[in-house]
Design a protein around this ligand. Structure first.
Ligand code: TRP
Ligand code: ZN
Length: 499
């Protein structure tokens, strides 16, 4: 038996509030209504950008017709104010077709003004869609344009199809913004789909005494007139679902780890922010971040970002941990497996990001497999033993959980409510173990490292993975047959036979 920390959090998220089919119907209806407006601008051949990217599970997320490259977010947070959050978002994007109008995702909050390249633009809102119509003849294909949105209000907390809470989570001493899969649209407008990654500059002003912690590196911190401003920069591409903002009272610890320039070089800055109530309980585990990063680099290749760390809030602040880029968020002191899981996501999820929410197993299968590898390397069960326990049905303490592993194929969750269920996590890891069985240890470890290298800072889907593995196996493990792994383990219903 191996403990499985993320499942503890999953339990509280297992009851869908609304049947997924109903949600899908509502989602499609909203997409259609928001598509009909927005016209008016644009020259010949210009058309509106689409109001969604047809994600199989979250069709309204993201927007078509442009590619966001950079977000400059300037935020002010004041818990005492009528509008606790005031923001200016400057989004630099490139039109991928001739656009008469385009959409941003923004849920709640009041929009005060929108400008495109400094010229006031028309805008309207329908649900989470903010449709912007530039004043002139539209945006030519290939044009880089800058959209400035001024907004304010009290950001919302969202409830996901699986019943979990995300978006803007008020805490005892501030707030915590978490975005998987859809929560980031509650605190800034953008192209909120994992397929459109971008660089970020985030400047946040908070009452003196509070900290504002985000992704990337802290460039500047200054206090004036009772308010402190923190400037964070994320230079490497980031999907908006792993963007975070934690405002509150934190103990800050800075150190360095190996990474980037090689193990033990001490070149990777570590920035850890811990709620004071969690400081004592988390000290020992967080002290092992450099060791976990160095261990992970041996399997997965060079750490993909310019800094690392963690944010630890109180257990009641969030029901789950999240692999927020550079700096995973933990509700309460994490145990070592959960730290390994979230740090492994920096390679698998944050650097190599799914093209759609259907490819979730590429995140969770890898992060779960990383836990198995860590256990095996540190005196616990080997990956094979963990696989066997799952296969035999004595991994989880109860029969229902052991059975649930076989509920659906990892690459085909039946609904949005189930993208974080055990077939995605545990059976996803079992898929990887089956690949390992088929190609042998040496080829397998080269394969997972190569996968992280080939799609570093990019996006990939399940078909990319199977094609990559097939091609890799042809060279490194001639004769290996991966077909049953895909047919039975990845896409097949029910419990697969063992080869
Ligand atoms: N990705 C998180 C983890 O494994 C878990 C999680 C948080 C999640 N929110 C989610 C998974 C929403 C699916 C959907 O640590
Ligand atoms: Zn995970």
């Amino acid at each position: 038996m191996v403990s499985c920390p993320h499942r503890i959090a999953d339990v509280s998220r297992s009851a869908p509030v609304v049947p997924a089919a109903a949600l899908l119907t509502v989602a499609l209806a909203l997409t259609l209504t928001s598509c009909t407006g927005g016209g008016g601008g644009g020259g010949a051949g210009a058309a509106p950008g689409s109001a969604g990217l047809r994600d199989p599970y979250f069709p309204r997320l993201g927007n078509g017709g442009y590619d966001a490259g950079h977000y400059a977010l300037t935020l002010a947070y004041d818990p005492e104010a009528d509008a606790p959050l005031r923001g200016t978002a400057v989004i630099t994007a490139r039109a991928t077709r001739h656009l008469a109008s385009f959409n941003l995702d923004l849920k709640g909050l009041d929009v005060e003004s929108v400008a495109v390249d400094g010229v006031t633009a028309r805008w309207k809102r329908a649900g989470q869609e903010l449709t912007v119509t530039p004043a002139d003849a539209g945006l030519d294909e290939g044009k880089t344009f800058r959209t400035t949105v001024r907004y304010s209000g009290a950001p919302q907390t969202l409830t996901d199809p699986d019943g979990s809470r995300e978006g803007w989570l008020p805490t005892a001493d501030g707030a915590l913004a978490l975005g998987e899969p859809a929560g980031s649209m509650t605190w800034f407008p953008g192209n909120h789909h994992p397929s459109d990654k971008a660089a970020y500059d985030l400047t946040v002003t908070v009452p003196e005494g509070l900290h504002a912690v985000s992704n990337g590196e802290l460039r500047r911190e200054s206090t004036e007139d009772g308010r402190t401003t923190f400037s964070w920069r994320t230079a490497e591409p980031m999907a908006s679902y792993v963007a975070t903002l934690a405002i509150g009272t934190y103990e800050i610890r800075r150190s360095t780890a190996g990474g980037g320039e090689g193990e033990g070089s001490g070149r990777l800055p570590v920035y850890v922010a811990v709620d004071p109530s969690q400081a004592e309980d988390s000290r020992a585990v967080l002290g092992r971040i450099p060791e976990v990063v160095a261990w992970a680099e041996r399997y997965f290749g060079p750490y993909p970002f310019s800094s690392t760390g963690a944010i630890v809030d109180r257990p009641e602040d969030s029901a789950y941990a999240l692999e927020t880029q550079n700096r995973p968020v933990f509700p309460g002191a994490p145990d070592l497996s959960l730290l390994v899981h979230e740090l492994a996501h920096q390679w698998y999820g944050d650097s190599v990001t799914p093209k759609s929410w259907r490819d979730m197993w590429l995140n969770e299968g890898f992060a779960t497999y990383a836990e198995w590898l860590w256990e095996g390397d540190h005196g616990g069960d080997s990956a094979q033993e963990t696989f066997d326990a799952l296969y035999e049905g004595d991994y989880f303490p109860d029969a229902a959980s052991n059975e649930a592993v076989w509920d659906f194929p990892p690459a085909r969750p039946p609904s949005a409510a189930r993208i974080s269920d055990s077939p995605v996590y545990e059976r996803g890891a079992m898929v990887l173990h089956q690949v390992r069985e088929a190609v042998g240890d040496d080829a397998f470890f080269e394969l997972i490292r190569g996968w992280a290298a080939v799609h570093r800072h990019g996006n990939a889907d399940t078909a990319d993975f199977t094609a990559y593995a097939e091609k890799f196996a042809e060279e490194a493990a001639p004769g290996a047959d991966l077909t049953p792994v895909w047919d039975d383990w990845l896409y097949g219903d029910g419990k697969p036979p063992l080869a």
